[in-house]
Design a protein around this ligand. Sequence first.
Ligand code: FAD
Length: 536
Amino acid sequence: MTKTQAVIIGGGATGAGILRDLAMRGVKAVLVERRDLAYGTSSRFHGLLHSGGRYVVKDPESASECIAENRILRKIAHQCVEDTEGFFVRLPEDDPAFEQQWLAACRALGLPAAPLAPAEAVRLEPNLTPRIAAAYRVPDAAVDGFRLCWHNAAAAARHGGEVLTYTEAVGIVTDAGKVTGVAVRDLLSGETRTIACDLVINAAGSWVDKVAALAGAEVRVKPDRGTLIAFNHRFASRVINRLRPPADGDIFVPHGSVTILGTTSAAADRPDDTAPRSDEVLKLLRIGEALFENLADYRILRAFAGTRPLYSAAPGAEGRAASRAFAVIDHRAEGVDGLITVVGGKLTTYRLMAEKAADLACERLGVSVPCRTADEPLVADPAPGLLAAAKKHFPAGGAELAAARLGDAFGAVVRRLEDNPADRALICECELVTLGEIKEIAALPTTHGLGDLRRRTRLGMGTCQGAFCGLRGIGALCAAGFADQSADKLLRDFIEERWAGIRPVLWGKQLREQELLRGIYGASLNIDGAMHDEGI
Ligand SMILES: Cc1cc2nc3c(=O)[nH]c(=O)nc-3n(C[C@H](O)[C@H](O)[C@H](O)COP(=O)(O)OP(=O)(O)OC[C@H]3O[C@@H](n4cnc5c(N)ncnc54)[C@H](O)[C@@H]3O)c2cc1C
């Protein structure tokens, strides 16, 4: 049995943030995640680093947390944030009285909202409808959930924090009402063991109630399902919000080379009710066309869905009526000493949630070191000499992209490219991922397949959605020693994962793209069995 001070359950932004916070305060902590980091809602979200404008009227507390954390994350995690800025746009059919209410609320919170002439808004965003009644600029931005989680984990590791992926918490061990450990199952080997600890922090997002129940405790959380669409164009350079009370399909977020539209909001049957549906996609398109009139002409890459862990101390509010604020719950009052749950909030406020949960954990452990997560950067910028050297081996812009996503591992990749010119080969053209980067990530103990590789490098997340880079990525993985898994198994797992998001958008240009992909995979690895059918 291993022993640590704290076990964190859940490897989303909140759990990874807590691991970093505790490790920086000198607390020995282990994070367990049953899949890969950011497997849950922290990657099935809109990617908006909220300015707070979305919540300023209905939920000023959340809005104020958002603007404060937005400013902090730009400072400590600029590698995960693209400073796009955002527009709030009112159309003639939207209530002008709400605009006045919104402006007054922005002023009251100190949220900068600068008016913009409609013609200027269209000049800056030429694909926007010209039917604009009013527009404002706000400090919205785009944020990468995968990168944020992994950079938090790497920052924690520098201070001794440990991450165990594909490790599920299956029991919370107590002795006379006091937590003494967590029973975990390694989902790859099937082995079960217990990690002895003084404290458990439940950061399992929409699954917090299930984790609390492992110790006989209760958390009232309602998973609320939201569906999003990724388009293959970056048809807006800024986040575009519709200026009206929050409703479905109101926000467009530019992300790298794509744009994300969402979201819906509906009570979910279960936390992993995340298969998107065509009717939700069609509904989003219908609403989104008011802001971007040519929306139907853009190719949809995929749809995806996540569940919001909406928390209510008392039963009542659901869906958009429920607060987006967060709560830190001490289960000692319920007779489970040593169990803390943190729930609700936004990805934008993950650091603050982690700080508050870690404050309580430290109080319990008798640790008086203050939180430093708002002051220290997650990842150091590469030394100017290293970046300059790297630029010789990457295509234009590729060195900066790789530095931002690789963080601490960037130097090792640059050395690979310097020493082995063949490793400079581009495996993923959409995201500018080199063979050297793939080899570096494939060698990590946390990489078990192409999905893990994708979440770290973004291979397969651009406009080809893995059609061309998937096969090359598999070649690189096999060459890196993934001999226990055959190439067609690796590919099949990857395609299955991607297919869930493509299936609900199979029409028009995406259908043609999918047929191309089927042809490529069928011919190269006989993945659909066509060669057997034809007796070849
Ligand atoms: C559709 C949608 C759009 C959103 N858009 C935005 C946005 O634009 N901006 C924003 O700021 N916020 C947004 N949010 C909210 C935000 O995504 C979430 O609040 C946030 O990601 C929650 O992070 P988390 O770490 O608390 O939970 P998660 O990311 O869900 O992490 C919980 C983790 O716990 C793991 N887990 C569960 N049970 C166990 C167990 N027994 N053992 C081990 N691991 C376990 C899960 O696998 C999961 O990875 C959106 C949410 C949705 C659903």
